[in-house]
Design a protein around this ligand. Sequence first.
Ligand code: IMP
Length: 430
Amino acid sequence: MAAVVLVGAQWGDEGKGKITDFLAEQADCIVRYQGGSNAGHTVVVGGQKFMLHLIPSGILYPDKVCVIGNGVALDLEMLVREIEGLEAQGISVANLRISSRAHILMPYHKKFDELQELGCRQLGTTKRGIGPAYTDKMERVGFRLVDLLEADFLSRLATVVSAKNRVLEQVYGEAGFDVDQIWATLAPCIERVRGHVTDTSLLVNRMVSEGKRVLFEGAQGTLLDIDHGTYPYVTSSSPTAGGACVGAGVGPTKISRVLGVVKAYTTRVGEGPFPTELADEVGEFMRQRGAEFGTTTGRPRRCGWLDAVILRYAVRVNGLTDIAITKIDVLDDFDSLKICVGYRYGDRILEEFPESLKVLQDCEPVYVEVEGWKTSLAGCREYQDLPEATRRYVETVAKLTGVPVCMIAVGPERHQTIVTKSLFGGPGTP
Ligand code: IMP
C-alpha cells in the first residue's frame, strides 16, 4: 500500500506544486482533497510555465489519473477555463476525474466573499468565494455536482437564490442574482465536464486496494486550516492530513506516509500575526529572490525566517513522517541564517505554538543562528553536492522537528530536486 498525503507545513505557498509534480511521476493517481481556486500552483517543465488552481499538477503527465475530490469547493467556470488553458498548451485532461459529491462554488459565493471583505470581516481572502461556499455546504444549502444533474435543481436553486438576494439587497444594498443567468453560465460548464464526473471515493479506494500509488495533494497549509490554523485568519477547509480522508473519501488506515512541505524560510499572505516576519530589507530580499507574489492574486507575500515552533506544530497535527524542504536556493546569498526555536512571551519561553492570536501577536522569536553557504545550489543534484553549511541547515531542521528530510528543492525545475529517500520506492531509494 502506498498512499502519501502531501501537506503544506506553514501558511501555504510552500512550493507544494513542485514537490507534487516531482512525486506525481512515481504515482498512479493524484488527488486534490480541499480548497478551490484560492490555491495556485506554478509548475515549470522544460522552461514552460503551468499555472494550476483546481486541477492536480499530475495532469502534466499523460498517464496519471487526476482526481478533484469531494472536499473541493468547485468553481466550474474556473475549472473549464483551466481545462481549456491546459489543452491550449498541449496537455490532455482525458484522465481527469471529478467527484460527483464536490460542492459547487456559485457566483453569489464570490460576491459575498468580496462584500464580507469590505465589511466587518477583513481577513485578506483571495475573494474566490471559498468561505461562503463552505458556509453553504455546512448550512446544507449548497449544491453538489450530482445535484446539478438532477431534475429539481433549478427549483432548488431558485429558493436559495431568492434567500441570497434578500441579503444582498436588504443588507448590502446590492443587486441580486438571476437564476436563468446563473444557469446560462453553469449549463455549458456542466456539459464540458460531465464525462469526467464520477464517484471518486470508489475510484481512489479501488486504486489503493490494487496497490496503486496514490498521492493526496493538500492545498494551502497547516496554519490556514480551519481547525488548526491561526483562526480567524485561515481558509474555510482542512488542508491538514486528516482533511485528505474526509475530502477524498478514504479511511485513515489507508494512508501510509504524510509528507510536510517546508519552505526554507516562512511566508504568509493576507492578515494575521507572523512572529518571524521581517518587515525590512532582508524580508524584501527574500520576496524578490523567491518571487514571493501570490499565484492567484499577485499580492506580495510577507517573508521571514524559518520557524521551527510552527514546524513542530505541523508535525503534531499532521503526523508528519517526512519533510521536503523547498526554495533553499533563495537563501544562497546570506552570510548567516536564523531559525526560530521558541517564542519569548513575557518572561516565559514557549515551545509550543499558542492557540491565542493575542499571545502569538506578542511573541518574540528566539533564534539560533547558523552559517550561510554563499554559493549557488542550483546545480546540486545529490545530497553530497550540497555545501557543508547547507547540509547543516537541513540537518538542523530534521533535528528540531524530529522528522527526516527526504527531499530538497534547489530550483524551480523538476530536475532541481535532491531525493534522499523515495516515498513510493523506486528511483532515489537509498
Ligand atoms: P480564502 O481561502 O480565499 O478564504 O482566504 C483565507 C486566507 O487564506 C487568506 O489569508 C488567504 O491569503 C489565505 N490563502 C488562501 N489560499 C491560499 C494559498 O493557496 N496560499 C496561501 N495563502 C492562501
